[in-house]
Design a protein around this ligand. Sequence first.
Ligand code: C2E
Ligand code: CA
Ligand code: CA
Ligand code: CA
Length: 276
Amino acid sequence: NARDILKNELREVLAKGTASSADSAQTGSGSTRPDFGSLEVYYQTVHRAEGGYAASGAEALVRWRHSQRGLLTPASFIPAAEEGGLIDALGFWVLREACKAACKWPVETFVAVNVSPAQLRRPNFAEEVFTVLEETGLPPSRLELELTESSLIEDNSDVYTVLKTLRSRGIQISLDDFGTGFSCLSHLVRFDIDRIKIDRSFVSQLGAKANGAAIIGAIVTLSRNLGISTTAEGVETEYQRDFLTALGCTDLQGYFFSKPVPLRELDCFAKSEGGA
Ligand code: C2E
Ligand code: CA
Ligand code: CA
Ligand code: CA
């Protein structure tokens, strides 16, 4: 079936990348970084609601430039990667690319990287993340890892330890798609979450259904009292931007500000001077 075909193709892409990096390491030529060729990381900016909507950071979103199928979004291949045991290789490649990219952005910005539940289950996950930070030179405080609640629900004490270790070094932890899952409030405190990302489904209800505003308002108030930042996802209109700002969201993200773009098109973090 289609997913199996994709899985095998993705396995090939990842295997080729890993092999070529081993080659170059052996011959001592060039970098030891896997070159996954047809995979590409796009970036979508996140904007601070306070004081004029300057970009505060960007989220890394993976794409696969498939030779026959065109540009694939993650929904079409992340499940295959998870099933096929490929999500670790893919995830670490994205992490490394994102950290390298962010090193060239202004020092006050962050880069956010999505993490699958399967990645978080690896006992060595935190150490592997620290290694990438050391190799790329990105300060831990500039990295944000986006988890979904399903990662936390398993009530795996290993996950708790991994998150604690990550946070102890200053890495930020955010909870993605908030409001769509169990949204167990005790998770926020127990796992010491830094940021909540309010799911697009609530944002798109603004103006249409009264519930959207009530739910977002409640999430924002709760988060503020717990000292947690709130990013509203999927902001598409000026009306939504203004409404979410009035509700007190700390950050906003969505097509209204920018679609995800390739690194070379991420103009807002470009250094204005030629040097450094
Ligand atoms: P997500 O983390 O919730 O990312 C937000 C998704 O919403 C992105 O889809 C983004 O392009 C889209 N989006 C952003 N603003 C708007 C908007 O204003 N309107 C609408 N309609 N959509 C908007 P994308 O890039 O297709 O990614 C889908 C999901 O795939 C992500 O959802 C994330 O869960 C996953 N994903 C992406 N990259 C990675 C990765 O490197 N690793 C893992 N494990 N998952 C990833
Ligand atoms: Ca995300
Ligand atoms: Ca999300
Ligand atoms: Ca989402």
